[in-house]
Write a protein that binds this ligand. Structure first.
Ligand SMILES: O=c1ccn([C@@H]2O[C@H](COP(=O)(O)OP(=O)(O)O[C@H]3OC[C@@H](O)[C@H](O)[C@H]3O)[C@@H](O)[C@H]2O)c(=O)[nH]1
Length: 325
């Protein structure tokens, strides 16, 4: 192959040098006709080239309009503050806001499970603060009524979505609460419960990584299992049965915590983990199944209170307004 190419080149050079050979389309004739030849054969191409170049420089954006896409391109590889600045450029049309100026811009926050008992109280708090809130809920235990009072507020958005499926949103913070929390509810479909905790958390952490959002996982006191230490310090690792009827929830949440920490260590995601204990308060379903609502409902109906087991079990309870920050 190589030798053949060399041979062809040599043939061509020879032809150029041979002034007696008849002119062909690739080869200019003798010098007497050269100018005429150039005008006839080369000038149209020259003019075409000039026209293309002129069109190119005419269509090229001026430096001021080209700057925005350039920064936009950079922002995908940069940390969150740059993206915040760019968002302000688009929405407020006031020019760039220095990165260091915090609290000026509305935060965009997604709350998974935001139509639930705890989630909806958190949403109230964020809305009060003036944040822009997107609630993602599949309404398995959550209810639209819990967030109905925010409908029509331009800062509020409600999406029916199951976190087991990925979702793409542009947000600054993710509060990940989606999962049935009462034993009667999470035992109803244990495979779905662990899937929500593992796949759902993975999806939301993936979202956090993609958009550079800060991530809060609501975990549970159940990660301590049947604790051998009282009260449980955060450093206590628990005493959990991996094959028990509660495992879908407690092992699911333990895995969710593992995922959060691995995304933090491996991908630099800023994460928070809150281990929530037994919580009660307004918007708790009457059929929630947890002890406080059961006892209250039974008392209201003047029925005897049902105490499971020997009644010697202990719990830490908190009112919901003490939970939200
Ligand atoms: O009617 C009832 C209900 C519950 N109980 C008992 O009361 C205790 C509390 O049970 P709950 O059903 O309220 O729920 P648990 O405290 O076991 O877990 C709950 O609290 C911690 C949260 O993080 C979990 O999401 C939630 O499952 C248990 O020992 C349970 O057996 C009763 O004696 N009677």
């Amino acid at each position: 192959m190589t030798s053949e190419l060399i041979h062809r080149t040599q043939t061509s050079q020879f032809t150029h040098r041979n002034s007696d050979s008849p002119p062909d389309s690739n080869c200019p004739p003798k010098s007497t006709n050269r100018i005429g030849y150039m005008l006839r054969h080369r000038l149209p191409f020259l003019l075409l080239g000039v026209a293309i170049a002129a069109a190119f420089f005419h269509l090229l954006p001026s430096p001021s309009t080209a700057a925005a896409p350039h920064v936009s391109l950079l922002e995908t590889n940069l940390a969150l503050p740059t993206r915040r600045v760019l968002m302000e450029d688009h929405t407020e049309k006031k020019g760039r806001v220095p990165i260091g100026v915090k609290g000026k811009r509305q935060k965009r926050i997604v709350v998974t499970g935001g139509a639930g008992f705890v989630g909806s109280h958190l949403v109230d708090r964020l809305m009060e603060r003036g944040d822009s809130v997107i609630v993602v809920d599949n309404f398995f235990t959550g209810r639209k009524e819990n967030v109905l009072h925010h409908m029509g507020n331009p800062n509020f958005e409600l999406i029916r979505h199951d976190v087991v499926e990925p979702i793409l949103l542009e947000v600054d913070q993710i509060y990940h609460l989606a999962c049935p929390a009462s034993p009667v509810h999470y035992k109803f479909n244990p495979v779905k419960t662990i899937k929500t905790n593992v796949v759902g958390t993975l999806n939301m952490l993936g979202l956090a990584k993609r958009v550079g959002a800060r991530f809060l996982l609501t975990s549970t006191s159940e990660v301590y299992g049947d604790p051998l230490q009282h009260p449980q310090a955060e450093t206590y690792w628990g005493n959990v049965n991996p094959i028990g009827v509660r495992s879908c929830y407690d092992e699911g949440k333990r895995t969710a915590e593992t995922l959060a920490m691995d995304y933090h260590r491996g991908a630099g995601i800023e994460v928070r983990i809150a281990r929530i204990f037994n919580t009660y308060g307004p918007r708790m379903c009457i059929d929630d199944g947890r002890v406080v609502s059961n006892f209250v409902a039974q008392a209201l109906r003047k029925e005897p209170l049902t105490v499971y087991g020997d009644g010697k079990q202990t719990r830490s309870f908190q009112y919901v307004s003490d939970l939200k920050v």
